[in-house]
Design a protein around this ligand. Structure first.
Ligand code: LLP
Length: 440
């Protein structure tokens, strides 16, 4: 493989709509050279393209056109206020999973009547916040949660609109750690047990059971499991209606995968939409989908600088200033992320295998093993592709490394949308108790 093949950004970073492209030998986000952002903000830094996110949203919206569907962006994928705002401005609602995410979505301007609240373990306080905010729907995942929500809603004098999340026992065929719809997962209520739970819901004060919800997993590259699960949900809706329940909503969850590796191809959204139409399209229900990764994943990169190239025993290491605390996916899921040189290599440049690692003191801090790349030099900039989803949100301050900052690009403009904390800010919530402070 030549460098030209390995580093064709439009190919590696998903497809032709990637906002990351080489121009004049430099990798750009929209019209902004990534090197300019690195100079202005420092590295490591996440860089997102608002236009890329909007394009991803529009692609899904166009595919689903004609259906009564609300696209609720799964905020957990990237919950930066500016990102939520950009998607809300494009028309997205929100799927939130905590009190914090409810507040983020509201603050970013997502209308409550386009916001659904999922989560397998909601606290009473979070349920109260959701009801108070007038969220459009609460996706309940257990009989006990239903009872708690009933008490909350009655105490607030309202009827809470509820969808019950069912577990259809369909294998999404994804990484074990992100499959959610098979028996034995903690999520939802077994689909066979659902009718009894709906009967209980209908009898409870303060509860309006209006919908069925399902989410079978994340990063699905094969659409067939969606068809199987949605067909089961449609059958359940018909059954519940035959029992006299007024079910008029279906939440189809998220999970559409993106190509991380050049051998993978993007999900066929027209086919996904056809599956939706064919399975649940004739039920007259208001539909919801909850994509996260699809909207923000391909629209972000993690930009990092090479600290040193170290020649080890039979291996060469590229040591970066980014680490597993900044981008956890490789350590956690053995995930592959494309690594692109910010300065475009010459077409004939030779490729060599490198282990790409961070400075954190554990072997898990490895981004890629024996990755074929053009030999980088100390100080070079590299960009991890498809890092706009489940990147910054999963970052931590492990090794007392500051949370990685985030930059949003839109056309020729860019802005820091989360700044890098100072050391003082990092320790501001900590305290040395008086009996220790007095020791000297
Ligand atoms: N709805 C529910 C109920 C979910 O649990 C999730 C993701 C989504 C929607 C959005 O799924 P998406 O469209 O993004 O696949 N940290 C992992 C992914 C965890 C996904 C958790 N739930 C990763 O980095 O791959």
């Amino acid at each position: 493989m030549t460098a030209a093949e390995a580093f064709d950004a439009t190919d590696d970073l998903s497809d032709a709509v990637s906002p990351f492209r080489y121009a004049d030998g430099r990798l750009h986000a929209d019209e902004v050279p990534l090197a300019r952002i690195a100079d202005a903000v420092g590295t490591p830094v996440y860089v997102y393209s608002a236009s890329g996110m909007r394009a991803n949203y529009r692609a899904l919206a166009t595919a689903l056109d004609g259906l009564d569907v609300t696209i609720c962006y799964a905020v957990k994928a990237n919950s930066n206020l500016a990102v939520i705002r950009a998607l809300a401005a494009a028309g997205a609602g929100a799927d939130v999973v905590s009190g914090g995410e409810i507040r983020r979505a509201l603050q970013a301007g997502v209308p409550p009547d386009r916001t659904v609240f999922s989560s397998v373990g909601k606290t009473e306080e979070e349920l109260r916040l959701a009801v108070q905010a007038g969220l459009c729907q609460i996706n309940v995942e257990s009989a006990a949660e239903l009872e708690m929500l009933s008490t909350v809603a009655v105490s607030m004098g309202v009827q809470a609109r509820v969808a019950i999340r069912v577990n259809p026992d369909v294998d999404a065929g994804t990484h074990d750690k992100i499959t959610t719809g098979i028996r034995g997962n903690k999520f939802g209520i077994e689909i066979e047990a659902a009718p009894a739970v709906y009967r209980r819901a209908a009898a409870l004060p303060g509860i309006a059971p209006v919908g069925v919800a399902v989410h079978i997993g994340s990063q699905l590259m094969d659409l067939l499991p969606f068809r199987v699960a949605y067909t089961m949900v449609a059958d359940l809706v018909r059954h519940l209606r035959s029992e006299g329940l007024q079910i008029d909503r279906i939440d189809l969850g998220g999970g559409i995968g993106i190509p991380y590796h050049r051998d993978e191809s993007p999900a066929d959204l027209a086919r996904y939409a056809a599956i939706v139409r064919e399975t649940v399209g004739d039920l007259g229900c208001r539909l919801f989908v909850e994509p996260g990764r699809l909207l923000t994943g391909p629209a972000g990169v993690l930009l990092s600088r090479v600290l040193f190239v170290k020649h080890g025993d039979g291996r060469d290491f590229v040591i970066l200033d980014a680490a597993m605390n900044d981008l956890l996916r490789p350590a956690m899921y053995d995930a592959w992320h494309t690594i692109l040189p910010v300065t475009e290599p010459s077409a004939g440049a030779a490729l060599r295998p490198f282990d790409v690692v961070g400075p954190v003191c554990e072997t898990a801090d490895t981004f890629a093993k024996e990755r074929l790349m053009t030999a980088p030099g100390d100080g070079d900039l590299l960009a991890f592709g498809n890092a706009g989803a489940y990147g910054a949100v999963m970052s931590s301050t492990y090794n007392t490394r500051p949370l990685v900052p985030e930059v949003l690009v839109d056309g020729s403009e860019f802005a820091v949308v989360r700044k890098r904390p100072t050391f003082e800010e990092m320790v501001a919530l900590e305290a040395i108790p008086p009996w220790l402070a007095a020791a000297d």
